[in-house]
Design a binder for this molecule. Sequence first.
Ligand code: SF4
Length: 243
Amino acid sequence: MAAAAERSFTVRRTDMSPRRRPSHSLALRISKALEREYETADLGNRTDPIEELVYIALTRQTHQKNALRSWQAITDAGGLAAILDMSERQLQHLLGPAGLSKQKARWIKGSLTAVAHRFGELSLSATRDWADEALEAFLRSLPGISIKSAKCIMMYSMGRRVLPVDVHVRRVATRLGLVEKGLSEKAIHSALERQIAPEDRHAFHVNSVWHGRKVCVARNPKCHQCVIQQLCAFRCSRGDERA
Ligand code: SF4
């Protein structure tokens, strides 16, 4: 495709009348097709909830390699427990490579301090038997923890069957027509969790992130390479609309 045409290559929404709203079976077919393509490959998330909390904060609005440099700096400075004895300014210095270091230092220091005060240790093991709603509410009470971040911690490191919706999942799900465009963070999480069965949510999240990174990218999605193009409620066309 010529460069000029490639630049204007985009997606256009098709009919989304109530009769055409996505069904659970469509969501399942999409989920299984993405799973076959990407095999739920590891995205680098952590199995310890406290580590995942810090990892998510570090990866916000930056490339993974920058976040990992900051992670290494924290490790070299004594690990997560050492953060409790640091000032925010000291932590900010370690977080330089991850960007937004002032905000991230405030979020991480505040969250770890709140967990240590609440449970007497830097651990969420006391929440093992909590209901999902209570656990999510607690995590969201911590500084810098959005709905998506709370659900990532719950899904990746606590075995909870929730579905985090990041920027990639939102873009892919919207283009596919699984959700309406412009939903609030709360509404899009609810809408997708209604359609994706609990046992499929982890795979759907991970594989949608891969799909959004590799094929259904923000600009010029590679629809001609897409394994779910036949299931997509949008059609590729010339124009300037983006999901
Ligand atoms: S890349 Fe696939 S999912 Fe994304 S808009 Fe194109 S056909 Fe739809």
